[in-house]
Design a protein around this ligand. Structure first.
Ligand code: PIF
Length: 390
């Protein structure tokens, strides 16, 4: 591993790989899917072998890997160029999915939380599972240069050979130094060859990025994720145009969401963003990037600060990470029944669940209630009560 400095000057260990490689084989997805035809798949408990050792709360944090683009945007005077960096960031959010078509993330239990302080990237991030059916994960990320929040809600459509994931919800990015407030939608993701052959993932559709701060002088960026005709043809291409308030094209961009994004026209185009190199042996380790490998690491020094609801304490995900499939499956089933029991008690007393760190806002999104980091410091999560999730 490597040793890095925390914001408070303390040292933190960062591992370079997961404790165990992915154990392959063993699940017959076809028998699961055919037994549940017509059902909402999010209501079917899947075998743990289908999972990778990160959950959807951590997946949201993965999307921050290239947040230096937001820092650059916050240092760019020209509003059209600022939009270029925001668009590059929006495309970069999909990069990590390229090597990840084989497995699905863990579905967090209701009330599960995750935090990530990233001193070298200058942000701190929190997320919480705010709804179980349908599954909704909300997050909030802040640094001196930007604030980002979003929640992930989706519908899936199973087409036999492939599965489409249609996302809902809006991603918000605020740059306080300019008063910018960008809003963008997500595009559709599709997992091909879900039952046989090589699984691969594709993203397609149009994303519109708008800066809400400037109502009458709107700069818009339209990002198109192109659908490929065949696996090898123009795969993963994206195109984007930034237009001014009169609709004139000011900038155009092209590239691939799994590789790089360029500004201008070839051969004079300049590279705005490129993916980081993958770690050695990444195929054996769930296709994780170095950034992802670190997300579920549990350091001794963190244990006293984290709330007991933090994903790092979730036993089934930890056991899967360590390569113990049988143990992970046993724990997954146990945790699911604990959750059902909590739900039953709530229903019997005619109560509904209230998220701890997020609240529903009028503008149709989950936003932070602003208490997490404050409570973490004083009185500290050790001195607060939490439900027993596992
Ligand atoms: C369980 O979740 P799983 C079910 O929700 C189950 O209904 C519930 O019991 P309850 C359990 O408590 C849950 O643990 C099912 C479903 C959940 C996600 C979100 O983890 C990520 O067993 C999906 O899984 C993104 O999964 C996919 O949702 C991107 O995990 C790749 O619907 C799915 C995914 C479909 C499988 C795709 C396979 C691709 C390789 O009694 O409370 O209802």
């Amino acid at each position: 591993g490597i040793i890095k400095h925390n914001t408070d000057g303390s040292l933190v260990h960062r591992r370079l790989r997961l404790p165990s490689a992915c154990v392959s084989g063993g699940v017959n997805l076809w028998s699961i899917l055919s037994a549940n035809i017509g059902k909402d798949l999010s209501k079917v408990a899947m075998p743990v072998q289908l999972n990778e050792p990160v959950n959807t709360l951590q997946r949201l944090c993965e999307e921050m890997e290239y947040c230096h683009l937001l820092d650059t945007a916050a240092q760019t005077q020209d509003p059209h160029m600022r939009m270029v960096y925001i668009a590059a960031f929006a495309v970069s959010m999909y990069a990590c999915t390229f090597t990840r078509a084989g497995k699905k993330p863990f579905n967090p239990v209701l009330g599960e939380t995750y935090e990530c302080e990233h001193p070298d990237k200058g942000f701190r991030f929190i997320s919480e599972q705010v709804s179980h059916h349908p599954p909704v994960s909300a997050c909030h990320c802040e640094s001196k240069n930007f604030t980002l929040w979003q929640d992930v809600r989706w519908r899936n459509k199973f087409w036999g050979k492939s599965m489409e994931i249609v996302p809902m919800g809006t991603t918000h990015i605020v740059l306080p130094c300019f008063g910018d407030h960008y809003e963008m939608n997500r595009v559709t993701s599709c997992i091909h060859n879900i039952l046989s052959g090589q699984r691969w993932i594709e993203h397609y559709g149009e994303m519109t990025i708008k800066n809400n701060a400037t109502a009458e002088d709107t700069i818009i960026c339209k990002v198109t994720f192109l659908k490929s005709k065949a696996r090898s043809l123009n795969t993963n291409d994206v195109e984007a145009v930034v237009t001014d308030s009169e609709g004139h094209v000011i900038h155009s961009l092209f590239g691939k969401w799994n590789e790089a994004l360029y500004l201008g026209d070839p051969p004079l185009a300049i590279c705005i963003w490129r993916t980081n190199p993958m770690p050695e042996d990444y195929e054996q380790y769930y296709g994780f990037t170095q950034f992802t490998v670190e997300l579920n690491e549990l350091n001794e020094s963190m244990k006293s600060f984290l709330p007991p609801t933090d994903t790092r304490f979730r036993p089934d995900q930890r056991l899967l990470e360590e390569g113990d499939i049988a143990g992970a499956e046993e724990q997954k089933e146990r945790i699911e029944s604990v959750q059902r029991e909590r739900r039953r008690i709530l229903q019997e007393s005619n109560m509904t669940h209230t998220p701890r760190f997020f609240k529903w806002s009028e503008d149709d999104s989950w936003i932070s209630n602003g208490t997490y980091w404050q409570l973490r410091e004083d009185p500290g999560f050790r001195n607060l009560e939490f439900p027993v999730l596992w």
